[in-house]
Design a protein around this ligand. Structure first.
Ligand code: PAF
Length: 282
């Protein structure tokens, strides 16, 4: 596995691979790799000639009072995992090369960035779209992989790639969960023992909503109330939002229909967690 820090070197390797007719798969990450990332890396390896993973804790997607400083960083461990998984290139640029002091250009995906997680994190998706746009221009992948856990991120990035004609296919892979249902996330590392136990209530509530829809429930307000009632049983968990929206525009729905996204965000102590399910009508 090649560890590449310089943007020019990464782009040179990508260009040469393209000239040889090799396909490039890409998994962008902020490191602290877990089983969710590994599932993306495995798909990436299987479906492409060259597998590239980036580790870059993107300062631009963190708000001023968010966890940029304490975000878990362990490049040695990440590199070990990537090597074990057969990654060809680990790209880990530093912040000053990604954002020169003169950097002035940002990508905003209007309408999709200001809802759900965009309300408490107003500049977050601008930061995500910008860094993903930059990484796509550097790594030149044929396919880029994201996890369903960050559903809004996938919707934003997909729209950005379509609107700006990035020649890339976006694949969104299923959320990988712990045994008790908690969605894998690098931020789970912040949770204390009891917080960690309580955190699984998010998936339990989503699963109960799924069962209710399977039994015929169609009213979004009743589904939201069901989820709220379950989550509120854990007093340590403070709900940020429970939303029932369509998968393309993230607009609130009154009635469950095909491809409905139910998304929740909650705070447990100082940690903010998100999770979601996609409902398909029977
Ligand atoms: O999902 C993440 O880890 C990040 O938001 C991403 C896509 C790597 C952009 O920094």
């Amino acid at each position: 596995m090649k560890v590449v820090r310089r943007i020019e070197e990464m782009r040179g390797l990508a260009r040469r691979a393209k000239l040889k007719g090799l396909s490039i798969g890409f998994v962008p990450t902020m490191g602290a790799l877990h089983a969710g990332h590994v599932s993306l890396i495995r798909a990436c390896r299987k479906e492409n000639d060259l597998a590239v993973v980036s580790v870059f804790v993107n300062p631009v997607q963190f708000g001023p009072r968010e966890d940029f400083q304490k975000y878990p960083r362990d490049l040695k461990r990440d590199a070990r995992i990537c090597r074990r998984e057969g990654v060809d290139i680990l790209f880990c640029p530093d912040a000053s090369s990604m954002y020169a002091a003169s950097h002035r250009t940002f990508i905003t995906v209007e309408g999709l960035s200001e809802v759900l997680c965009g309300i408490p994190r107003p500049s977050h998706f601008k930061g995500v779209a910008t860094v993903v746009g930059k990484l796509l221009n550097i790594v030149l992948p044929d396919i880029v992989y994201f996890g369903q856990k960050d559903a809004q991120q996938s919707v934003v990035v997909r729209r950005m790639a379509e609107d700006l004609n990035f020649p890339v296919r976006i694949k969104v892979m299923p959320t990988v969960r712990e045994r008790d249902g908690l969605a894998m996330s690098s931020r789970n590392l912040y949770l204390g023992r009891e917080e960690r136990q309580d955190a699984s209530i998010l998936y339990k509530a989503l699963d109960a909503a799924n069962q209710a829809v399977k039994r015929g429930e169609r009213k979004a307000s009743r589904v939201r109330n069901l989820i709220r009632g379950i989550i509120q049983k854990k007093r340590s968990v403070k709900i940020d939002y429970i939303e029932v929206v369509d998968m393309q525009e993230l607009r609130p729905l009154d009635k469950i229909r095909n491809d409905t996204l139910i998304a929740v965000a909650a705070r447990i102590g100082k940690t903010r967690l998100i999770d979601n399910i996609i409902l398909k009508r029977a």
